[in-house]
Design a protein around this ligand. Sequence first.
Ligand SMILES: [Zn+2]
Ligand SMILES: [Zn+2]
Length: 415
Amino acid sequence: MKLKIVKGTRDLYGDDVKRFQYIEEKARQVFSVYGYQEIRTPIFEKTELFAHGVGEGTDIVGKEMFLLEDRRGRSMALRPEGTAQVVRSVITNNMMRQNNHLRFYYFGPMFRYEQPQKGRFRQFYQIGAEYFGVSTPDADLELILILRQFFKEIQLHEISFQLNTIGCQKSDCRPAYKNKLIEFLQDHVDSLCENCSNRMHDNPLRVLDCKNESCIAVTSEAPKIHDTVCSDCKDHFSELCHMLDDHQVSYSVNFRLVRGLDYYSKTVFEVFSDNLGAQNAAGGGGRYDGLFEIYGAKVVPAIGFALGLDRLALLTSPEKKEQKSVFVVGTDRGAVCKLVATCREEDIICQYDPFQSSMKSQFRQANKSGAWKVLILGEEELKAKQVSVKDMQDGQQTVVELSAVVGYLKKSVAN
Ligand SMILES: [Zn+2]
Ligand SMILES: [Zn+2]
């Protein structure tokens, strides 16, 4: 059997894992300041959860889901995104019964069957946040401020937001706009790409974010959604824009921004980092006031975002924390192991040579490990119940009683 990793997946180790940990740590820190709690949901659910909530017509459900059949023939899906699941969890655990608002964040792997590219995997990682219960633009503002703070924390300072409103389900709002747009597109169907001419009736909004040049030319003349949405949606959006101005958030309104998922309503937004290039959003989200109702639950206004960790990790360089470690060398294996164990129990980072090589080779390894101090247990030291402590910076050697060495090291670390 020839071992090979599955296409579109990867192992994370070494510096990659350090970058992931760094980003997660900063995210946890920012989320907790804003009052968000972590939620952990399963990595698979019944397929219908996503089909129903995210929408059968979307790429991620229609084309990219990893489907499994369990032993009783039921269709399960590896999660392609996080929001539908968190909503499912809030509903099935009846969480809104005792709370009028809730805030959650999550980390974890997501799965989509798409063509792997640089920074894009079939198993990829997301950080997301969801805010339930608040219908006013305060909630929209909060999520954007979280993102701004998070990017600052991971040292990505050049970021900007794009936002848009995609209206609501009221008949005089998005449905009315869709009809207007379809009417317009029908007059220009010959100039649309094949994909767009096929989807313009079911999903006309997606034509707005098609990257095909000829589609872009056509849709730049198309009616704009801002001019059509209902007064409630219009007020929500302009209030949010005022708040963002007030908080000096740098953003622009992009009428092409529709996001691919069916559950969004009103505000949608994406965040861009200069380091990732103008084409690539680092993440995005939006309001989904209708999703609870789609699942047959009582209406709960909600908004959330998700960020792709894999690509963010390419841009970050975690600060190197200097950690002082010691290395024990010696001829008596039992004595070496005992001192190592004592140090570790006292939270002193401690290494030794598990192969019991010559003293010379042990010293070489101690050097290579970047140890701060080497603890030497030679025959003389053992007899006298002492340790020679060698400082690797200045080469100075001090003899310390074996029973006092931990105290000595702790005092030295503090200095
Ligand atoms: Zn509306
Ligand atoms: Zn197109």
